[in-house]
Design a protein around this ligand. Structure first.
Ligand SMILES: O=P(O)(O)O[C@@H]1C[C@H](O)[C@@H](CO)O1
Ligand SMILES: O=c1cc[nH]c(=O)[nH]1
Length: 306
């Protein structure tokens, strides 16, 4: 399953010389550690990690994929592995792990530090991580699924800026091209909804940061908003969300194949508020899950037949 070397396994890279000398590693926000948990035993078989903002979405995702893979728990029980903390929720079935990350870059970043260390301690190899989320589209029919080629900042640059010791460290935010194309192909095969590939803009805020005029504050005009969204569109931005940049940067640093698949809940050129019904929004939210489950099934079947 390695896209680089033919037979060689792709392992998780942590670039921290201090980790090896730690007697115990406490993954505080996941309520897991290396002394009281046998991480290789519990997680060593993980090949796919799906992440999304909401704990409920990630629970229903594990129920859905368990059913689709034919390995559903007869009692329908999927315990939250991170029980004991309400920061994140985590579920596992076979080779699939489902983890919530909350909203925004800091929340995603904390979860990813601990998840990457978890996969490293568990000695996982050939892992694929996919974010299944929601977003605002630009010039797309609501309900369109966007597979991200590149996450860009609010000035449309493929970079993520991390402050370290008060200095800015710039990290790249391209995603795995091959995986993105495979996911696009899955969308075509399903033929249930429109799937496109493009750039995703990652912001630090849902309101003014995404050129919304319906927050508690608004410091620009409708004309300025439309001009900015048109510039984003012209730069190849298909959708806007709040986690893809740090997700892309951290997965790249740890050598993990990664993708971002987000449905658009509305066309931001046409409005700011979520006016669709709960049923419609729920249906839209299901689409990245449908796409990703199709992909995982294909990969696991290909695996079996080799
Ligand atoms: O994964 P989700 O649907 O939470 O992602 C987007 C970006 C923000 O976290 C949130 C804003 O509504 O939705
Ligand atoms: O407009 C939207 C919708 C979902 N998530 C976002 O970040 N923005």
């Amino acid at each position: 399953m390695d896209s680089v070397g033919e037979q060689c396994e792709r392992s998780i890279c942590v670039n921290n010389p201090y980790l090896k000398s730690m007697k115990e590693d406490i993954l505080y926000h996941l309520n897991l550690d290396t002394v009281n948990h046998d991480l290789p035993e519990q997680f060593g078989d993980v090949k796919f990690v799906c992440v999304g903002g909401s704990p409920l979405r990630m629970k229903s995702f594990i129920e859905y994929i368990a059913k689709e893979l034919g390995i559903a728990d007869p009692k329908g029980e999927y315990p939250n592995i991170c029980e004991g903390t309400d920061r994140y929720a985590m579920y596992k079935i076979g080779p699939v792990l489902s983890v919530s990350h909350g909203m925004g870059v800091p929340s995603m970043s904390i979860m990813l530090h601990e998840l990457i260390k978890l996969l490293y301690h568990a000695r996982c190899t050939d892992v694929t991580i996919i974010r299944i989320g929601t977003s605002g589209g630009i010039g797309l029919q609501p309900g369109t699924v966007v597979v991200t080629r590149q996450s860009v900042d609010t000035r449309f640059r493929a970079q993520f800026k991390q402050m370290v010791l008060g200095k800015t460290v710039v990290r790249r935010t391209e995603l795995d091209v091959e995986l993105a194309e495979e996911l696009l192909q899955c969308g075509k095969e399903l033929g249930e909804f429109k799937t496109v590939i493009g750039k995703t803009m990652c912001t630090l805020d849902f309101y003014e940061g995404q050129a919304r005029m319906d927050g508690a504050f608004c410091s620009f005009t409708e004309e300025e908003k439309q001009k900015y969204l048109s510039e984003a569109h012209a730069a190849g931005v298909c959708n806007i969300e709040m986690e893809s940049s740090v997700f892309a940067a951290m997965c790249k640093l740890s050598n993990i194949r990664a993708a971002v698949v987000c449905v658009t809940l509305l066309d931001r050129k046409k409005g700011d508020q979520m006016t669709s019904s709960h049923e419609v929004l729920h249906n839209y939210q299901q689409r990245p899950q449908t796409l990703v489950v199709h992909h995982i099934k294909k990969k696991l079947n290909a695996f079996k037949s080799t």
